[in-house]
Write a protein that binds this ligand. Structure first.
Ligand SMILES: [Zn+2]
Length: 636
């Protein structure tokens, strides 16, 4: 049995009122009730027993029930998702390493004349660790040394240039050649994009390797040795703070959102070094130094050696629930819809999206996004009380946002109203930290008249805004903008508590939330009553330039669609992708020489080309492979 959300609210209410009386910080205005309800709601949603509203927790279920009860109490129609307020979808929980007994790895040497071969058993946690960026299951793969695992055509460096890594487990050093040289072509002595683990994995995958075995680079080992010496530590024992060859954490290279099937492991140097010596007649350290000195790769097979074993990664499925309510419109425009949305999920106990890595603590998510959820509920209440507008208003509390806009992706793929009837989507994500009257509003250029409307509503409330015209961004409005729907996203800015356990309810600016709520209510009402619906405007997005120097392609990612390859939900008008013949629904599986299994590979593959290059692109369309030629444009 679930606890009644109504009873719980009463309990919270009493606490809040007594606290407020002591502090005497209530405004003596009509906003008082609104302020109190917003505060009760944020405190309820961000309370420790809501378990950080992590997917798969009882806390997030209670939050969903609370939302449904609140919408119902406001008098809204909560039966649009096949008679239920809940629109359910499957969602994979953050990956966890399976039990030690189900994980094993060993290095197997060349077969001798007597049929025997050397066997080096690796101990989980001491000699190796599987990484969540890879897949699980049995593996038995020939080993190959592939230097730093970098392919950088513009820098004229390619660890894969003279080897065939297909189907092999590539041993890859971390970081990049000449990493301490201020004159290095790889961003001097800073880490360049090629040092990123995800890029190395993507590049390996593009080369269709069978698996990836990371080893620490010697320069980093040396640095750790020096740090240990500076602290008077003679030897950095395995697992200690000064472990010079420390293994990465399971989630360090990403949590596997690219759904790779190949194994990705981190193995200690002491296990790999003897094997490198056998094939290269030099130690791992010497081979690295050679690569750095000559700035030339030194890749090759590790003769006869294999790595085999089994990786168990737990990727439990759970059900995510969007909570939907409707205020039906009245009159000839009632079939048109304004969507007001906010995500109510958060990070639970942390995980790979936490900015306090390793902290197994409740991430309360008061600002992210109990604030937006509370505001959604309050706005729904106010709009319901005002009665029907000309257009229908749809309220959606999304789940799965923190796992990659999954709830909004599911909604736009399975809309409860025809997408072409949605005139605009307004998203509330992190609206609890208003500072110096300044809001950030994304999407002001995505629909005709939106900027003027926002300006008018801001100025009448002495609020200011940093306006960003584009409609893509790391929150749910992006799912709607990808479907060519005008969007607005309200945001009060990032802060040091973002995605940390310290994002708590006591840090919320409730007076600020009252002001933004009033603005949002008037905004939604204005769009719902306007003579003309805003016309969609296509804005070239900064976000998808991803780093600036990537050639422009012009596909629109399909957010949250579980797919092999890289699925697109559309192409930008007159873009290289459009001219090359790509269409919505295509799944990109190959660009040039690169196999594509997800966004990381797509990004990495494009960076190997320049504007003006024509590259063959293979897409899956209705289950069949279609080959297209795309002429890339200059970065934008
Ligand atoms: Zn977040």
């Amino acid at each position: 049995m679930k606890r009644s959300p109504v009873k719980l609210l009463v309990a919270v209410f009493v606490v809040v009122v007594s606290g407020v009386q002591v502090r005497g910080d209530e405004p003596p205005s009509a906003g008082r009730d609104v302020r109190q309800r917003l505060r009760e709601a944020v405190e309820y949603l961000a309370a420790p027993d809501m378990e950080g509203r992590g997917p798969g927790t009882k806390g997030i279920d209670r939050a969903a029930d609370w939302l449904a009860a609140g919408f119902r109490e406001a008098g809204l129609d909560v039966g649009v998702a096949a008679g239920s307020p809940f629109q359910s979808f499957a969602m994979t929980l953050e990956a966890k390493l399976g039990p030690a007994s189900e994980n094993r790895a060993e290095l197997v040497g060349p077969v001798a004349v007597d049929g025997s071969s050397k066997l080096v058993r690796l101990e989980l946690g001491r000699d190796y660790t599987p990484l969540a960026a890879g897949g699980g299951g049995e593996f038995d793969l020939p080993l190959m040394f592939a230097g730093y695992g970098i392919t950088a055509p513009k820098e004229r460096y390619d660890d894969y240039s003279s080897v065939d890594p297909k189907g092999k487990a590539v041993v890859i050093l971390r970081r990049e050649p000449r990493q301490d040289d201020p004159a290095s072509v790889f961003a001097g002595n800073q880490d360049s994009q090629y040092a990123a683990l995800s890029r190395k994995i993507a590049n390996a995958s593009e080369h269709e390797v069978g698996g990836v075995v990371f080893v620490n680079d010697f320069v980093s080992v040396e640095k750790m040795k020096k740090a240990a010496a500076a602290h008077g530590v003679k030897e950095g024992a395995a697992g200690s703070d000064f472990d010079e060859d420390a293994l990465m954490a399971f989630g360090r290279a990403g949590d596997g959102s690219d759904r790779r099937t190949m194994p990705v492991l981190h193995v200690r140097r002491s296990a790999i070094d003897p094997i490198v010596r056998e094939s290269f007649k030099h130690s791992l350290e010497e081979v690295e130094k050679q690569i750095d000195d000559r700035f030339a790769p030194s890749s090759g097979p590790l003769a006869g050696w294999r790595i085999r074993g089994r990786i168990a990664i737990d990727r439990t499925e759970t059900v995510g629930r969007n909570v939907i309510a409707v205020l039906p419109g009245k009159g000839p425009r009632a079939s048109e819809v304004v969507v007001l949305g906010a995500h109510y999920d958060h990070l639970g106990n942390g995980g790979s999206n936490s900015l306090s890595p390793g902290a197994q603590a409740i991430h309360h998510g008061a600002d992210d996004n109990a604030s937006g959820t509370a505001m959604l509920m309050e706005a729904a209440r106010a709009l319901a009380k005002a009665g029907p507008a000309s257009r229908t208003i749809l309220f959606v509390a999304f789940s799965g946002e923190e796992r990659g806009l999954l709830g909004s992706g599911h909604f736009t793929a399975n809309p409860t109203v025809p997408l072409e009837n949605i005139v605009a989507m307004v998203n509330l994500d992190m609206v609890g930290r208003l500072d110096k009257d300044k809001l950030i509003v994304h999407g002001t250029g995505t629909g005709s008249g939106l900027e003027q409307l926002v300006d008018r509503l801001l100025s009448s409330r002495s609020l200011k805004a940093a306006k960003e015209p584009g409609g893509f961004g790391p929150s749910d409005h992006a799912s709607f903008y990808a479907k060519k729907i005008p969007v607005l996203h309200f945001f009060t800015g990032s802060h040091g508590d973002y995605h940390r356990p310290s994002d708590t309810a006591d840090k919320i600016n409730y007076d600020g939330m009252v002001r933004i709520t009033e603005l949002v209510v008037e905004l939604v009402r204005s769009i719902a009553e306007a003579e003309q619906r805003p016309a969609y405007v296509e804005i070239a997005s900064k976000q998808f330039a991803r780093g600036g120097d990537r050639p422009y392609f012009g596909s629109i990612p399909d957010f949250g669609k579980p797919q092999k390859g890289y699925a697109i939900s559309g192409v930008a008008k007159d873009s290289p992708a459009a001219r090359g013949g790509l269409v919505a629904g295509d799944v990109i599986v190959r660009i040039g020489e690169s196999a594509i299994t997800g966004l990381d590979d797509f990004d990495s593959a494009l960076r190997k080309h320049k504007g003006g290059d024509t590259v063959p692109v293979v897409v899956l369309r209705d289950g069949a492979e279609v080959k297209l030629d795309v002429t890339l444009a200059a970065p934008r």
